[in-house]
Write a protein that binds this ligand. Structure first.
Ligand SMILES: [Zn+2]
Length: 217
């Protein structure tokens, strides 16, 4: 029988963990100056992976106790316990770097990006004109024929998650992976994590908290 796959969806989130923003004097969340320096002048996005690599993140305290936390901007944070379970069970696809200000958590970097065929993925790519969002109105956001930003080549908005048959799945079933077409919003992206039933069995057996397992086809 074919291996079953699941989306590892963060649950019970307080959604108040900001990595790339901090409050101004009036309490409005604003991008860090270092992030503003690398944002695209056309679409307003910035490369989250570059920002993480440079450790351009706010000094934060994660107000959660679960093992997998999703920051507001879509980046996943993992507890020591999560990292330990991944390492001890030789699950591949995750790198970890320290969180500035909170030594209880690690930034989770997905390292296995699987090729995804947009045409058969079931994903919907949306243009700025279709959303009329506040973020969109702040930038010219000219897109090319494939609806990518003409400057940084990011897609403006991608809705849904790709079907399994559109993805080239990893050979090793003990791999946590992401699609190379991540969920995109005007202001953030989200590398949705996938795992096979082998991975899910290990995480469930280890009583990892903060994850709902959604079967995908
Ligand atoms: Zn751009």
């Amino acid at each position: 029988m074919a291996l079953r796959y699941y989306l590892l969806v963060p649950k019970d989130q307080r959604v108040d963990t900001w990595l790339f923003h901090k409050p101004d004097d009036l309490g409005k969340m604003c991008r860090l100056p270092e992030v503003l320096q690398i944002q695209c002048a056309n679409c307003g996005k910035f490369d989250e992976r570059v920002a993480l690599h440079r450790r351009t993140t706010a000094d934060i305290r994660v107000r959660s106790k679960v093992d997998l936390v999703c920051a507001v901007e879509g980046v996943m944070l993992a507890s020591h316990r999560f990292r330990q379970v991944i390492t001890e069970n030789a699950i591949t696809g995750c790198d970890f770097s320290p969180v500035r200000g909170d030594d209880r958590y690690w930034v989770l970097h997905p390292t296995v990006l699987v090729a995804t065929d947009l045409a058969t993925s079931g994903l919907r790519v949306v243009t700025p004109a279709e959303t009329g969002s506040v973020e969109a109105s702040e930038f010219p956001c000219v897109v090319d024929k494939e609806l990518r930003c003409v400057a940084c080549h990011r897609r403006f908005q991608v809705l849904g998650w790709p079907g399994l048959t559109s993805m080239t799945l990893p050979k090793d079933p003990k791999t946590i992976f992401v699609s190379d077409i991540p969920l995109e919003q005007p202001g953030w992206y989200s590398p949705l994590l996938y795992g096979s039933e082998d991975v899910v069995t290990i995480l469930r057996g280890s009583k990892i908290t903060g994850i709902d397992y959604t079967p995908v086809q």
